[in-house]
Design a protein. Structure first.
Length: 140
């Protein structure tokens, strides 16, 4: 199917857009997300104010079918291992499908890990995944 699409685009003299082999939404080279606040190693109070950053792409609400866009998912004390499926939605995987760029999160006292993962219109990570480094914070 992919070969047929590329052949059709070439025949029409249209630019060829790279398609992910598994049907995932492609991300542009160099795209990244990051946690602006809190900083890695910070000691904070709950609720924790988390500010999200992005470069090389734009934020758009879930369901938006526009190239180089996505929305944030905050991963708390967990990790994403299946990048071909929708990100779960629970207390460890918080969706910001309205296009939010910051949040206030209630966390129990102790150490916690935080990571951002950008999802496409269907909450599926892009290919390659656009994800932040994992940071560790302590809630007092």
């Amino acid at each position: 199917m992919r070969t047929a699409i590329v052949a059709a685009l070439v025949a029409l003299s249209l630019p060829v857009v790279a398609l992910a082999d598994d049907g995932r939404t492609p991300s542009p080279p160099g795209a990244k997300v990051f946690i602006i606040e809190p900083k890695d190693g910070a000691t904070v109070s709950s609720p924790v104010s988390v500010k999200f950053g992005i470069e090389g792409m734009e934020i758009a609400p879930a369901g938006t079918d526009k190239p180089n866009t996505g929305h944030h998912h905050l991963i708390i004390d967990s990790e994403i291992t299946d990048f071909g499926s929708a990100i779960p939605k629970d207390e460890n995987h918080i969706h910001y499908g309205k296009g939010q760029t910051e949040a206030s999160v209630e966390l129990k006292p102790g150490k916690h890990t935080l990571q951002l993962v950008l999802g496409d219109k269907n909450h599926i990570p892009h290919d390659p995944p656009v994800k932040s480094d994992v940071i560790t914070i302590t809630v007092k």
